[in-house]
Design a protein around this ligand. Structure first.
Ligand SMILES: C[S@@+](CC[C@H](N)C(=O)[O-])C[C@H]1O[C@@H](n2cnc3c(N)ncnc32)[C@H](O)[C@@H]1O
Length: 354
C-alpha cells in the first residue's frame, strides 16, 4: 500500500521582488548593498545564488515519489520569474497541491492568470496589509512608482473575474488575503477583513509581524503586551462578523498573543522538519523558517540542499508519526499554523466551515 504524503513545503523560490516592503523577511536592498547578509540561511532580495532552473527541474523530477503533499510557492515574488509555469505544472501533474503566495501585482498580466488557472493551482494567497491604501503603501512600496494598493486590488479582481469565467464548479483556485499584523494595521483589521469579503475572496489570514529586536521598525510595528486587549477585540469582531470568509481556527488569536507574551515556548510534537520544511532560493532546506531553528541547525552542521538529494530522500513518504518537541516556538512560527492547520479547509472544493 502506498505510504501517505504528509509533507508541506514552504518554498521561497526566488529572491527578487518588485516590492520593497520595509519589514520584509528578505531585508531591504538598501541595507544589503551596504552590508551583504552573512548569517547562514539569511535571505536577501539581492539574489546572488538563486538556483538555476536545471537544478530545480532535476529535483522536481523526483518529487512524485516523495511524501510531499502541498507546496506553498513564495519568495521574493515568484510570479515574476517566467519558468514558474514549468515548476507549477510539474507539481500539479504529480498530484501535489500548490498555493502561490504573491504580492498580487503580477496578477494584472492575463498570461499569469491564464497560467495559474490552466495549471490547476489550488490556492493563491495575495498579500495586502490594509483596506487603507496609504497605510499599505507606506510599508509595501513598489520599485515602480505607479504600482501599489490599487494594482494589487485590480490584480485580485482580474483573477476572480477570470476564475468565474471558467466552466468548472466549484471555482479554483481559491483566493485569499494575507495581511501583516502590526501595531498600525491591528486596529483596522475588521475593515481589512470586510474588504476581503467584499472583493469576494475565499480566505483571510492576519500574520503577526516578525522582526528582530534590533530592526529599525521593531518599536513602531511589533505587537507588545499592551496591544493584546485590542488584538482580542478586533479578532472577536472579525470572527463574529460571519463575513463568508474562511478564517484560521478560533485558537489562532490566542496563539499569537502567547508569542507576544513569551519570546520562546515549548511546542510539543512540532510539525517543523517532520511535516513541514522550508526551502530557500539557493536550494537549502531547513526544518522551518524560524530564525532560531535555522541558527540551531546551522550550528549543528546538519545542512541539506535540494541540489544534492532527491525529493524522496529529503521528504520520504511515511506513515504519519508525531513530531519532536521544540523549545524554540516563537513569533516566527505562529505564521506557520494556518499553513499547517487550516489550508485543508481553505482549499476544500466544497462546503467547509467558514
Ligand atoms: C516574503 S512574502 C513572499 C511572497 C510574495 N512576494 C508576497 O508578497 O506574498 C511572503 C509573506 O510574508 C509576509 N512578510 C514579509 N516580511 C514579514 C515579516 N517580517 N513578518 C511577517 N510577515 C512578513 C509578506 O507580507 C507576505 O505575506
Amino acid at each position: 500500500m502506498p505510504k501517505p504524503r504528509e509533507v508541506t513545503l514552504l518554498w521561497a523560490l526566488r529572491s527578487r521582488c518588485n516590492l520593497g516592503c520595509k519589514y520584509c523577511y528578505f531585508g531591504t536592498l538598501e541595507e544589503h548593498r551596504e552590508a551583504p547578509p552573512a548569517q547562514p540561511g539569511q535571505l536577501s532580495h539581492l539574489s546572488q545564488d538563486d538556483l538555476p532552473l536545471t537544478d530545480i527541474t532535476r529535483f522536481l523530477s523526483t518529487i512524485g515519489d516523495s511524501g510531499v503533499k502541498r507546496v506553498f510557492i513564495a519568495g521574493g515574488e515568484p510570479l515574476n520569474w517566467s519558468p514558474i509555469s514549468a515548476v507549477i505544472e510539474t507539481l500539479t501533474s504529480a498530484g501535489i497541491e500548490v498555493t502561490v503566495c504573491t504580492n498580487g501585482i503580477p496578477l494584472n498580466r492575463p498570461t499569469v492568470r491564464k497560467m495559474l488557472i490552466g495549471a490547476g493551482v489550488h490556492g493563491v494567497s495575495v498579500s495586502l496589509d490594509s483596506a487603507d491604501p496609504t497605510l499599505n503603501d507606506r510599508y509595501r512600496p513598489a520599485h515602480k512608482r505607479n504600482d501599489g494598493w490599487s494594482t494589487v486590488v485590480s490584480g485580485i479582481q482580474a483573477l476572480l473575474a477570470d476564475r468565474s469565467d471558467q466552466p468548472d464548479s466549484p471555482a479554483t483556485p481559491k483566493v485569499g488575503l494575507y495581511c501583516v499584523l502590526t501595531r498600525l494595521t491591528l486596529p483596522g483589521l475588521p475593515d481589512t477583513a470586510r474588504f476581503a469579503a467584499e472583493l469576494g475572496l475565499d480566505y483571510f489570514v492576519a500574520q503577526p509581524i516578525a522582526l528582530d529586536r534590533g530592526h529599525a521598525l521593531h518599536e513602531a510595528l511589533v505587537l507588545r503586551e499592551q496591544d493584546l486587549d485590542t488584538l482580542a477585540r478586533v479578532f472577536a469582531e472579525v470572527y463574529e462578523a460571519n463575513l463568508g470568509l474562511h478564517l484560521p481556527s478560533p485558537r489562532y488569536p490566542e496563539r499569537i498573543a502567547s508569542t507576544v507574551k513569551h519570546e520562546l515556548q515549548m511546542m510539543h510534537s512540532c510539525f517543523g522538519g517532520h511535516q513541514l520544511a522550508f526551502i530557500e532560493p539557493d536550494g537549502s532546506v531547513w526544518d522551518c523558517p524560524s530564525s532560531h531553528k535555522i541558527a540551531a541547525i546551522a550550528r549543528a552542521g546538519t545542512r541539506r540542499s535540494i541540489t544534492t538529494r532527491t525529493a524522496a530522500e529529503l521528504f520520504p513518504a511515511r506513515v504519519p508519526s508525531s513530531g519532536c518537541d521544540c523549545p524554540l516556538f516563537s513569533g516566527d512560527c505562529v505564521n506557520m499554523l494556518p499553513l499547517m492547520e487550516d489550508f485543508d479547509r481553505f482549499l476544500a472544493t466544497s462546503g467547509g466551515n467558514r
